[in-house]
Write a protein that binds this ligand. Sequence first.
Ligand code: SAM
Length: 217
Amino acid sequence: MLYLISTPIGNLADFSHRAVSVIHACEYLLSEDTRRTRILLNHYDLKTPLKSYHLLNEKKRIQGIIDDLISGKILGLVSDAGTPGIADPGKFLVQACLEHQIEMRAIPGANAALSALILSGFTTERFQFIGFLPKKKKKRKELFSECLDYPGTTICYESPFRIGKALADFSEIDNQKKIFIARELTKKFETHYRGTVKELAAFFDTKPPRGEMVLVF
Ligand code: SAM
């Protein structure tokens, strides 16, 4: 059995009782960032061993993991933070489990995209999540144009190092579009920015704050 276990996106208290008991029962945990996961496990006094599982070793590791699962071991997958598989490694392992008819269970919990969506005030009836914005300006602008045709809310992730450029590109397409940016969700310096793309582009151009961010429009 493979458990896909969500972990906190900042505040360590955002971790379910079920996640703690499942991790306790796991033979080992596959973790994207073992140092970060160790801090979480220590906080909950969990001694489960950790094995690294990230984008660079994902494909190489899969056979060994599948062998362990076929032999009946109970394993858990956690990402760096939040829900594994959402802009995080996990997809290949899930596909491999499906191919080998290995049972999986999701342990729900924190996710930055959905937290930002519900804070945005934009419609939650229909929404799309597009992961990280492309790094290249041309691709980014094409994607923004595509999203403007989408009849619902769009959620995406962006690095603090590119947010200013991304908003500048967006304002070249539609500078009056309303946008919400959630920064450092669940953490001490959580901040919410609301305005038009033009207003936030100007703000992020002059005072670009660092930290993890989600864009919703
Ligand atoms: N699997 C994670 C989830 O369920 O949200 C997402 C992982 S993805 C590699 C990391 C990105 O998620 C960050 O660059 C940022 O855009 C967003 N993110 C993660 N934690 C966040 C937080 N506390 N506040 C705002 N955005 C966050």
